[in-house]
Ligand binder design. Structure first.
Ligand code: DGP
Length: 114
């Protein structure tokens, strides 16, 4: 797949405010935050979107979600709550074609989905 800005962040070629890393996942603050906490959880393997992830990578998808919940616990907002969103392709509003999970927190989220 084509290189994206997120692959460059993973390779440390461009800066980002990195908040979490393990073998499979890198997390950094969104450049255009939509909430007081807005972090992107990105698999190091550059799948274009969730559509390209094979069933054999179920553990990777789980790792993204669990990394987000672990971060919420560590940062102390797990009990207050947070929202996880993954945009897929055009109608999902995806703009960067390297799969990622948005974590939004620090304010009450409302019911709408745009
Ligand atoms: P999506 O629309 O779901 O593909 O979300 C892409 C997000 O990526 C969007 O909220 C803005 C963020 N973003 C785009 N470019 C950069 C960048 O260079 N650095 C960081 N930290 N975030 C970026």
């Amino acid at each position: 797949m084509q290189d994206t800005i997120f692959s460059k962040i993973i390779r440390r070629e461009i800066p980002a405010d990195i908040v979490f890393e393990d073998d499979q996942v890198l997390a950094f603050r969104d450049i255009s935050p939509q909430a007081p906490v807005h972090v992107l959880f990105v698999p190091k393997e550059p799948y274009r979107s969730l559509n390209e992830v094979p069933a054999s990578e179920a553990e990777l998808v789980g790792s993204l979600m669990l990394a987000a919940s672990q971060y919420a616990r560590l940062e102390g907002f797990a009990e207050d709550g947070y929202r996880l969103v993954m945009n897929v392709n055009r109608d999902g509003g995806q703009t960067v074609f390297h799969m990622h999970l948005h974590l939004l927190a620090g304010r009450a989220m409302h019911g709408g989905f745009g």
